[in-house]
Design a protein around this ligand. Structure first.
Ligand code: SF4
Ligand code: SF4
Length: 149
C-alpha cells in the first residue's frame, strides 16, 4: 500500500480527476525505486505516484492499454502497436491482474481500494510470477522482491 504524502489537497478539481492506469501498473507503482526507461519516464512515474499519494481517494480507471505512465515511456510506440510482441506481452500482464482481481476492463475505483485489492488478491509467489514473470525490472522492483523475502 502506498503511504499518504503530506501534500495538502485543497483543489477539488484536481482531487476528482480520474487517472487511467494499466492494471499491472498497480503492482509496478508499489515496487518503484526510481529505475526506469529514461529520465523523463522516471520523472513522470514519480509525479504519478506523488499524485496518488496526495489523493488516495483519486479515481483510477483500470485498463489494458497505454496509460498516464506509458505517456512518457520511450517504449510507448511498441507497446501501442496492436500486433507487436511487446504489446501482447504487456497486455497479457494487465489481463492476468484483472482476472485475479475479478474486475473488467474500464473498472473505476478509488486508488486506495485498488491497491488494497491487489495486495489482498495477489499474495502467492505464483500470482506474482504470473504477473511479473517476463519483466526485466524484477530485480529492481520491491513489489516483485516481496516474493523473495
Ligand atoms: S516486476 Fe515488473 S511488472 Fe512486476 S511489478 Fe515490478 S516493474 Fe511491474
Ligand atoms: S514499457 Fe509499455 S506498458 Fe510499460 S510503461 Fe512503457 S509503454 Fe507502458
Amino acid at each position: 500500500m502506498l503511504k499518504k504524502s503530506n501534500t495538502s489537497g485543497s483543489d477539488s478539481e484536481t482531487r476528482s480527476k480520474c487517472l487511467k492506469i494499466r492494471a499491472h501498473h498497480l503492482c509496478c507503482i508499489q515496487g518503484f525505486q526510481g529505475y526506469g526507461y529514461s529520465p523523463v519516464f522516471v520523472a513522470n512515474m514519480r509525479a504519478v505516484i506523488s499524485d496518488i499519494k496526495a489523493f488516495p481517494s483519486r479515481s483510477l480507471e483500470l485498463v489494458s492499454e497505454c496509460d498516464v505512465i506509458c505517456a512518457s515511456c520511450p517504449g510507448k510506440r511498441e507497446c501501442t502497436a496492436q500486433e507487436s510482441t511487446s504489446s501482447r506481452r504487456i497486455k497479457s500482464m494487465d489481463l492476468v491482474v484483472m482476472e485475479k482481481l475479478k474486475i473488467k476492463e474500464g473498472t473505476v475505483m478509488e486508488a486506495d481500494e485498488a491497491f488494497s485489492l491487489v495486495n489482498s488478491q495477489l499474495v502467492n509467489p505464483s500470482d506474482i510470477n504470473d504477473v511479473c514473470g517476463t519483466c526485466k525490472w524484477r530485480q529492481k522492483c520491491l513489489w516483485y522482491m516481496q516474493d523473495e523475502e
